[in-house]
Design a protein around this ligand. Structure first.
Ligand code: SIN
Length: 192
């Protein structure tokens, strides 16, 4: 698969007859909503967990020195808390560009706090995409994140913004908070 999934995503869902779609954000889409939306709600996705296993060659790193950004991995007992945005299908043109480094759109069931359930779309990067990095120890992830930088800024800021946003949602995520802690500790140790 090529790095750029824009064309693949365009073919995946045509949204015929739909004027509104729920988009589920679990990573930067939680705290960086640079697109128009009609409504924003906290939502839960059952059976998936966040992992910094996806490479970022276009936003938080480069081809030579990729950053690590989030994807979701199947985890039967887990619930991923994120944010659902109600958007028009036209917004996917910009979203497909933003998430083009290996992410594909998938349809998922989402649950809201009031017990209602809706169908949503999210961007998922699996092990078959060209930008996949895969598992690494927390220490290795934090080391890579600490050094990576791309057109959208420091990889470190991606993690720190996300950790703050998750706290604001009252969402626990041991993986994200462990990497955040290591980044803050190493900044203190180096005086950065
Ligand atoms: C998401 O936020 O839902 C996808 C991953 C990212 O862009 O950080």
């Amino acid at each position: 698969m090529s790095f750029d999934t824009t064309a693949l995503n365009r073919r995946r869902h045509r949204f015929e007859g739909r004027s509104q779609v729920w988009l589920f954000g679990y990573g930067s889409l939680i705290w960086k909503a640079d697109f128009e939306f009609i409504e924003r709600r906290i939502a839960r996705l059952h059976g998936w967990s966040r992992r910094f296993w996806q490479g970022s060659h276009d936003h938080r790193g480069t081809r030579e020195s990729p950053g690590r950004v989030l994807t979701l991995v199947p985890d039967p007992d887990a619930t991923c808390i994120g944010v659902a945005y109600l958007i028009t299908p036209a917004v996917f043109d910009a979203l497909d560009q933003r998430e083009k480094n290996g992410y594909l759109r998938h349809v998922v069931p989402l649950a809201f706090g009031d017990g209602t359930e809706v169908e949503g779309l999210l961007y998922l990067a699996d092990e078959h995409n060209a930008a996949w990095l895969g598992p690494a120890s927390d220490a290795a992830v934090a080391r890579q994140v600490a050094h990576a930088q791309g057109p959208s800024g420091a990889n470190r800021d991606y993690v720190l913004h996300l950790a703050e946003a998750l706290r604001a949602l009252d969402a626990d995520d041991p993986h994200v908070f462990a990497i955040e802690r290591l980044l803050r500790e190493s900044a203190t140790a180096t005086g950065a």
